[in-house]
Design a protein around this ligand. Structure first.
Ligand code: G3P
Length: 214
């Protein structure tokens, strides 16, 4: 399972990039806005830090506009993945980009039928938003499971990128149901390392080691 950082904040990427577990980065217009910089500036810096897929989202709502944006985003670096919304225009643009060999991430996915459309048009990644489904009383993880079944039924290569991941249990469950990637905020990634028994055990080991010195 790959881990992506879901952020537009360079300092967060710098904090995690040497842990060895960050395989890529996802951004969206909200995350870019939080950085206080333009998308172009942020993406240009991220590609110098992480050698992996970096998702940058288009803001046009029409196919022609999306393709124009995709062209300039893809020019930034080979690792840039074009993030497209799950609309008729987004899915149509996905087909054009896939045929050109440009990597895509279809975002704002909330149903397995939507995920099927993205896969049919050759999306590299599909991003089901699990936290936002949980927020409205639906099962985000149930959706990941459904998409896994649909993709396996037909042998689609589109990778399931669990997005809107809010806490460590989302990561645990997504790994159990076979998501290919989980993108998460830095806070969530850090929490994966933690267990109270690890902290207690380490404290005891260090104390016992000290006792052997005097
Ligand atoms: O990058 C998209 C997604 O991860 C957003 O998450 O927490 O705003 O629902 P959230």
């Amino acid at each position: 399972m790959e881990f992506f950082l879901d952020t537009g904040i360079i300092d967060e990427i710098k904090e995690a990039m040497h842990w060895g577990i960050v395989n890529g980065v996802t951004t969206n217009p909200t995350l870019i806005a939080k950085s206080g910089r333009t998308q172009e500036e942020v993406i240009k810096e991220i590609v110098t830090l992480i050698d992996g897929p970096i998702s940058a989202e288009v803001i046009s709502t029409d196919k022609a506009g999306m393709l124009k944006e995709a062209e300039s985003l893809a020019k930034i670096h080979d690792n840039v993945v074009i993030k497209l919304p799950l609309t008729i225009d987004g899915i149509s643009a996905c087909k054009v980009l896939s045929d050109q060999g440009v990597k895509t991430n279809v975002t704002l996915c909330f149903s397995s039928n939507q995920a099927l459309l993205a896969a049919k048009n050759g999306a590299t990644y599909i991003s089901p938003f699990i936290g936002r489904l949980d927020d409205i009383g639906h099962s985000g993880m149930g959706l990941i499971e459904e998409i896994r079944t649909v993709y396996d039924n037909y042998g689609f290569q589109t990778e399931i990128l669990a997005a809107s991941v809010r806490h460590a249990d989302h990561v645990r469950e997504a790994s159990l149901v076979g998501a290919d990637v989980a993108t998460m905020p830095l806070k969530c990634m850090k929490s994966l390392f933690k267990h109270p028994l690890t902290a207690i055990g380490l404290e005891q080991f260090l104390k016992d080691h000290q006792s052997t010195l005097s």
